[in-house]
Design a protein around this ligand. Structure first.
Ligand code: TPP
Ligand code: MG
Length: 319
């Protein structure tokens, strides 16, 4: 298998895992057994898969409220994610965190949190410790576009620049903070990546929505970067409502044309189309990958539903 074959296959595996898991969650959510708020990654699978394929096992990552893709693509346990959503003791946060508090330290996924931007200084702190310990690993900090409107973001970027820390800031710009478009929140002339550049950090806009191109762009820049802070901004789009299992296009806060445009740029469909056209993959391979993932998802849901619920009395011991 050539390098390009294997990258296309890995990108698809990672993106199917996220899309199929989140789709299953959305379908089962109305049963009211998952009682935590959920922020689905459907539509945004490309950047996460591309970034994670550029991370090594001993690199660390940390994320925000929309973290299913980042957790799963770093190798976070699927079973423990589902158990977490069901509030079971077997969940990755022992059932007390829910969808916005995912963690898998065995895979160096440091966590995700509900407070916008608050994982950014934690990630920078980890990078500082990596540097003091002369470790070779980097810390990847996933953030949404709204994070760049929080004061702590600037403090963190400043500290990373000052101390020359091995941090990758990875900004997934889906243009919205809940219902508010970026043009209602930041001056039109401002480019996020340029603003970060002016703070003294090597900074790029990834001008592609094609996962393979995103992957290659990141790879090239990281190779040259020598573990100094680096910032990537990439455009992406969520298909579902900000928080919850449904579509909310009926609310009309996003222009229909924009939604159509981005659904036409679907990261999975584009990757499948490219891979099939260039004979890098075939339909049998796609079917087999999906079959295997589906089996694991069903198994994880069955097991999570069977697991013992968290007893209120045992909370003291956990917290
Ligand atoms: C400090 C803080 N302010 C406000 C909120 C409420 N809030 C939750 S998610 C969100 C939008 C975040 O948008 P973005 O970071 O772009 O991520 P996206 O949801 O678009 O993926 C807001 C304002 C919060 N959780 N924390
Ligand atoms: Mg956003």
């Amino acid at each position: 298998m050539s390098l390009k074959n294997s990258i296309i296959t890995k990108l698809l595996e990672e993106m199917y895992l996220v899309r199929m898991t989140d789709t299953h969650i959305s379908e089962k959510y109305s049963e009211q057994k998952m009682r935590c708020p959920i922020h689905l990654s459907i539509g945004q699978e490309g950047p996460s898969a591309a970034m994670n394929l550029n991370l090594k096992k001993d690199d660390l990552s940390i994320s925000y409220h929309r973290s299913h893709a980042h957790y799963l693509n770093k190798g976070g346990s699927l079973k423990k994610l589902i158990a977490e959503l069901y509030g079971k003791k077997t969940g990755c946060s022992k059932g007390v965190g829910g969808s916005m508090h995912l963690i898998d330290l065995k895979k160096n996924f440091l966590g995700s949190t509900a407070i916008v931007s608050n994982s950014i200084p934690v990630g920078v702190g980890y990078a500082f410790s990596r540097k003091l310990k002369k470790s070779n690993s980097r810390v990847c900090i996933f953030l949404g576009d709204a994070s760049t409107e929080e004061g702590v973001f600037y403090e963190s970027v400043n500290f990373a620049a000052l101390k020359n820390l091995p941090v990758i800031f990875f900004c997934e710009n889906n243009k919205y903070s809940v219902y508010s478009n970026l043009d209602k929140r930041q001056p039109k002339f401002r480019k996020i990546f340029k603003m970060v550049k002016s703070l003294g950090v090597e900074s790029y806009k990834i001008n592609s929505f094609k996962p393979l191109e995103i992957y290659s762009f990141i790879r090239k820049k990281l190779k040259k970067n020598l573990k100094k802070p680096i910032f990537f901004e990439v455009d992406t789009y969520r298909y579902y409502e900000h928080c919850g299992p449904n579509l909310d296009d009926n609310l009309n806060y996003r222009p229909k044309k924009e939604v159509r445009l981005w659904k036409g740029r679907d990261p999975i469909k584009l990757t499948e189309k490219y891979g099939l056209k260039k004979n890098l993959i075939n339909q049998d391979l796609i079917n087999n990958i999906k079959k295997k993932i589906k089996k694991n998802i069903i198994k994880s849901f069955i097991e999570a539903e069977k697991d013992k619920p968290l007893k209120f009395k045992s909370l003291n011991k956990i917290l």
